[in-house]
Design a protein around this ligand. Structure first.
Ligand SMILES: NC(=O)c1ccc[n+]([C@@H]2O[C@H](COP(=O)([O-])OP(=O)(O)OC[C@H]3O[C@@H](n4cnc5c(N)ncnc54)[C@H](OP(=O)(O)O)[C@@H]3O)[C@@H](O)[C@H]2O)c1
Length: 264
């Protein structure tokens, strides 16, 4: 009888870009996979390639994570399948532009995918991970979480949520072996830019990372125990300083009195 514990990674948004690259890299590491996205044909194609190349088991789930039914379907899998010990919350969309110009439905669905789905799927996975004291959640954020710009207010806001949600989970899970990593990429060459007001060919090529390289860096960060990973930032101490400044500002708010400059 085999004593090897199978490990299954569930990856959202695995039909292209960063999610597909995670699928390939995790398959190469021997994980079985559950691949989620709307385009089931692409998932099937990737699944048969990965099964053939790496001899792993791959399940595909064609689900729309912006819909209540799709989200419930994937959440139920996370709750029921005890072999899942890795959740890659990667599915995301970028609706870019001035907020007053954004299509309301597109805005709603972006928030549903980038925020609600990531939160609900984490919520679905966590009880099992905690009970087994084993599991990793990788939340794909963005450097736009820390940058205000006139075309990314809602997208950047959704990614700021991912960063703070992840940091809060890390605090919740401190006493467990369950790990949560936030990955904050800058530009990565994927389809996410297609049809936006900022197509990839308008971004200087030297500012854009190859998708496999980005995922390799993010996994190296995870392997080294990093909890907040900026794949393209050379000086890791910059995050330490940023987090410390944020802690200092928060501590300074705990006074119970208005600041003297308000004169009240
Ligand atoms: N590329 C970058 O420069 C960059 C930088 C920072 C962060 N990110 C983040 O990286 C993540 C992956 O994006 P990407 O760059 O790899 O873009 P991508 O190639 O467009 O991939 C997005 C993935 O999300 C899935 N998805 C979108 N809407 C969905 C829905 N309603 N239900 C289920 N799945 C859905 C897509 O699959 P279907 O269309 O088949 O559903 C696709 O697999 C996102 O969270 C993005 O915000 C990207």
């Amino acid at each position: 009888m085999s004593t090897v514990t199978r490990s299954t990674a569930l990856i959202t948004g695995a039909s292209s870009g960063i999610g597909a690259a995670y699928a390939e890299r995790l398959a190469a590491r021997g994980h079985d996979l559950i691949l989620v996205a709307r385009r089931g044909d692409r998932l099937e194609k990737l699944a048969s390639e990965l099964t053939g190349t790496h001899g792993i088991a791959v399940q595909t789930v064609a689900a729309d994570l912006a819909s209540a039914d799709g989200l419930r379907q994937v959440a139920d899998i996370l709750t029921a399948d005890a072999s899942i010990d890795m959740l890659i919350n990667n599915a995301g969309v970028a609706r870019l532009g001035a907020t007053a110009d954004l299509d309301m439905e597109a805005l709603d669905s972006m928030l549903a995918i980038n925020i609600t789905a990531l939160t609900r799927l984490s919520r679905a996975a966590l009880p099992g991970f905690i009970a087994r004291n084993r599991g990793t959640i990788v939340n794909i954020g963005s450097v736009m979480a820390i940058n205000a710009s006139p075309i990314t207010s809602a997208y950047g806001g959704s990614k700021a949520y991912v960063l703070l949600f992840t940091r809060g989970l890390q605090e919740e899970l401190k006493e467990t072996a369950v790990r949560v990593q936030a990955v904050l990429p800058a530009g990565v060459a994927t389809e996410i830019y297609d049809g936006t007001i900022m197509p990839l060919d308008q971004i200087p090529a030297d500012l854009v990372m190859d998708v496999d390289t980005m995922v390799d860096a993010a996994l190296a960060g995870l392997d080294s125990g990093e909890t907040i990973t900026f794949p393209s930032v050379g000086d890791a101490d910059l995050w330490t300083k940023y987090a410390a400044a944020s802690d200092t500002l928060f501590a300074a708010s705990q006074t119970g009195t208005p600041a003297p400059r308000y004169g009240v």
